[in-house]
Structures are given as C-alpha cells and as structure tokens.
Design a protein around this ligand. Sequence first.
Ligand code: SF4
Ligand code: SF4
Length: 119
Amino acid sequence: MLTNKNFKCDRYCGKCCMNLTIMVDNSDVNKIKKLGYNINDFIEMDLIDENKFILRKKDNGHCIFLKKNKRIYSCNIHKNRPKICQKYPFFSKKPIKSCYPEDMFPNAMFSFKAGRNNQ
Ligand code: SF4
Ligand code: SF4
C-alpha cells in the first residue's frame, strides 16, 4: 500500500492530468497569472457549480498545462501547480492501493487504462 511517506510520483506519467477536473481557488489562479498566462486561457467556470472555477482542458480532455514530449508527459507549471495537484493522491491519511485515477475514483468513467503512456 502507498502512503505519503513511501509514495513517489512518476511525474512523467501524467495519468492524473489527463481526465480529472482540477478545481482552482484565487491563490492558485494568481500564482499561475504571475507566470504570464492570461486567465481566460487557463480557467473556466465549473458547469456543476457556477461559483467554482476549474482548469481548462484540451480537446482530448487533458489538462491545458499537460505537455507531451515524445512519449513523456510533464506539467508546464509544475512548481506552481494548483494545491489540489500538489495534494494528489493523498486527500486523507488513509493508505492507497494505487495513484491512478481509475483506482482512486473507481466509480468515475475514464477513457484510459492504468499503466505508463499506454493511452
Ligand atoms: S498518476 Fe500517479 S504517478 Fe502518474 S503523475 Fe499522477 S500521481 Fe504521479
Ligand atoms: S496543472 Fe499540472 S499537475 Fe495539475 S493537472 Fe494540470 S498538468 Fe497536471
């Protein structure tokens, strides 16, 4: 089992950046704006809750900041990524079996299978 003590993210896998909805708050948005991004280019209103904002997605469902170089994925704003991305995959102290989104949220629908770069 994985805990926040023994877990090491394979930053170049990117699975959690491909289909999840990333909520952002004002401090996340301000941090990203300071990098030079235009707010309209990276956030949009959450359709489920109009009081909340989420990161935009590309047409393929990937986070707007997910970058692909050959078969390697990385985050364009890694050091300044939103708090929810920094917390993932530990939202409580409970150990987890896997950090892949389909294991974290088994009732959600995902269009990919677990495993590195196999989409
Ligand atoms: S799915 Fe897991 S290993 Fe891959 S980027 Fe996300 S946290 Fe890291
Ligand atoms: S901001 Fe970065 S870490 Fe967060 S979902 Fe997007 S690409 Fe992944």
